[in-house]
Write a protein that binds this ligand. Structure first.
Ligand code: DGL
Length: 280
């Protein structure tokens, strides 16, 4: 299989089920503008949040293979659900078979790494998709590094559809945002830091801030994933050499290009060009 994949240096791939990974790509490009990037959103099959382990794994595997075939040597799963449900199997089972020199990294570990430095009360909340919360990936990753931290997760199943349908600023969003914030704080009133463990959620920050009491920190992941990637590339000169540096970004969606282009405005300050591709 490795022979069939291009071996020359290529762009860094960023994958998400839909638009959420754009918040990750934005954070990465701010810190590492020199690299080339390919963004792939599987909008046609989003949301992933309530899908089974096996389906998320199969979809994510298809996306990673596509990005590899487009020349990416390094792929970031800019999606917590895919990081929670597919990353480990891809790293442990698929990569050794496909091409052991390529790498796939996720967004949960970089977030877990910094959280111990941000919480004083040692009580942390995770708002994420049902799949991410049920996987308990955050609890496991955080407790591996910071065993003294108590982690409480709450799923927000309607937040992604609200965002994907461009209703994040609408009055309907208030009800669902308040409901989940109240719920997580009722489960653990000592929470002083809430991780937005879904890459879509930063779009709801203005609403989230309205309902979170003062003094509680809201963490979105883009900046931390970017810092972690920078550190990774500094430590892995071989991979750094396999990533091209032309400062470009190309965008692909499995849905309609025009729709993606329009909705991407919610997530990115700049306008973009988008192409369609199929994963099936
Ligand atoms: N943005 C994704 C995440 O970080 C998932 C959204 C979805 O497809 O449900 O979990």
């Amino acid at each position: 299989m490795a022979d069939a994949l291009p071996q020359s240096p290529g762009p860094i791939g960023v994958f998400d089920s839909g638009y959420g990974g754009l918040t990750i790509l934005h954070g990465i490009r701010q810190l590492l503008p020199q690299y080339d990037y390919i963004y792939l959103g599987d909008n046609a099959r989003a949301p992933y949040g309530s899908r089974s382990f096996d389906v998320v794994y199969q979809f994510t595997r298809q996306a990673v293979l596509k990005l590899f075939s487009m020349g990416c040597q390094l792929v970031i799963l800019g999606c917590n659900t895919a990081s929670a449900k597919a990353l480990r199997t891809i790293q442990q089972t698929d990569l050794p078979e496909l091409d052991s020199r390529r790498r796939v990294l996720g967004v949960i570990r970089p977030t877990a790494e910094i959280i111990g430095k941000l919480t004083d009360s040692r009580h942390v909340g995770i708002l994420a998709t049902e799949g991410t919360v049920k996987s308990e990936s955050y609890n496991m990753e955080i407790n591996k590094l910071w065993p003294d931290i108590e982690v409480t997760g709450v799923a927000c199943p309607l937040w992604v559809p609200i965002i994907e349908n461009n209703e994040a600023n609408g009055p309907g969003a208030d009800y669902f945002v308040k409901k989940r914030i109240d719920h997580i704080l009722s489960l653990d009133p000592r929470i002083d830091t809430i991780i937005l463990g879904c890459t879509h959620y930063p779009i709801l920050i203005p609403k989230i801030k309205q309902y979170v009491p003062e003094g509680i920190r809201i963490i979105s992941q883009g900046k931390y994933v970017a810092e972690s990637l920078k550190d990774y590339l500094n430590r892995h000169a071989d991979m750094d050499e396999r990533c091209t540096k032309g400062g470009s970004a190309r965008y692909f969606t499995t849905e309609n290009e025009e729709k993606f282009k329009e909705n991407a405005r919610i997530f990115l300050p700049e306008g973009i060009e988008v192409s369609h591709l199929s994963l099936e």
